[in-house]
Design a protein around this ligand. Structure first.
Ligand code: GDP
Length: 297
């Protein structure tokens, strides 16, 4: 599970300080050094770590803290708050329309878990939010993506619209929209094609799809196991498509968690969901405050 080692190290660093009645600049600096090392070891982006430590230092070396009755605990709170601000100030949620059909476009590189995440989010919206969901199979590039979505749809009892792999993605998207209207759906999730790498073809197709679908959310799936690559991919997709949220997948396979900790502050795109397994219910809404609690638990 991600963050185990970061959590252990961070807790150790601040535990040393939290028991102390009076703080000196020296033991504060030792603690900051340890915090810095533990974040770098977790593969958090270098600049993010630098800013994090600087922010903690400024707040922790303030006179208010040094004069406090229980300075150690104040420092723990400062680190916690900084961690939470790194992960996001508040929960990011799907942007549902007040009236009419809400459209969500799923984008991402091949193999990151986009098709699986489309079904997981469909299930979440149906079960937890009571939505009438339609999945539209617009990934006509990857062999078997359509069948995969149909199988997943059957498992979660959500209808899947497809025109087969011989019809292009744009036509499928257009007809999917019509179909959703005729069936009084209130959420449509479009699974789109990925590629092994970001290329102009992919982006052009996704931009055209965006014009047609007018999505309320564009969610990018990124694979936690690729570490810092998350940041690069998220930045690129955001520049080209203005994505509204991230689904960080395969958290169960990532021991360090540095990608997740860096991506928000660098790209300003919030993490909306995390996926931590292959099953359709292995999806959680992302709560920055709870994650910060967990890391400093
Ligand atoms: P796509 O090409 O982006 O549509 O990727 P898929 O949805 O087909 O997923 C690729 C592989 O990753 C499949 O074998 C999924 O079962 C697996 N997968 C997706 N999400 C997760 C996850 O959160 N954890 C793990 N361990 N595997 C996942």
């Amino acid at each position: 599970m991600a963050f185990e080692s970061l959590s252990e190290r961070l807790n150790k660093a601040i535990k040393n300080i939290s028991g102390q009645g009076k703080l000196t600049e020296k033991n504060m600096n030792d603690m900051l050094k340890e915090v810095r090392m533990s974040l770098l070891e977790a593969d958090v982006n270098y600049n993010v770590v630098k800013e994090f430590v600087e922010n903690v230092k400024q707040k922790a070396l303030g006179q208010e803290v040094l004069d406090a009755l229980n300075p150690g605990q104040m420092v723990v709170k400062i680190v916690h708050d900084e961690l939470q601000s790194l992960l996001g100030e508040s929960d990011a949620k799907l942007h549902f329309k007040k009236h009419g059909i809400t459209n969500v476009m799923m984008v991402g590189l091949q193999g990151t878990g986009k098709t699986t995440a489309s079904a997981k989010i469909a299930r979440f919206a149906k079960e937890k939010l009571g939505k009438r969901v339609l999945l539209v199979a617009c990934d006509v590039v990857r062999p078997a993506a359509i069948e995969q979505l149909q199988t997943l749809g059957k498992n979660i009892d959500v209808e899947v619209f497809s025109l087969g792999a011989d019809v292009d993605a744009i036509t499928t998207a257009k007809q999917g929209l019509e179909y959703a209207k005729s069936r009084q759906k209130d959420l449509v999730i479009f699974d789109t094609a990925g590629r092994l790498h970001i290329d102009a073809d992919l982006m052009d197709e996704l931009k055209t799809m965006k014009d047609i679908v007018a999505p309320d959310d564009i969610l990018l799936t990124v694979d936690a196991m690729t570490g810092q690559d998350i940041v690069t991919v998220a930045r690129e997709f955001n520049e080209q498509l203005a994505i509204t949220g991230l689904v960080v997948t395969k958290m169960d396979g990532d021991a360090r968690g540095g990608g997740l900790l860096s991506v928000r502050s660098i790209t300003d795109v919030p993490v909306m969901f995390v996926s931590n397994g292959e099953k359709v219910d292995d999806l959680e809404e992302f709560h920055p405050d709870r994650m910060a609690d967990r890391i400093l638990g």
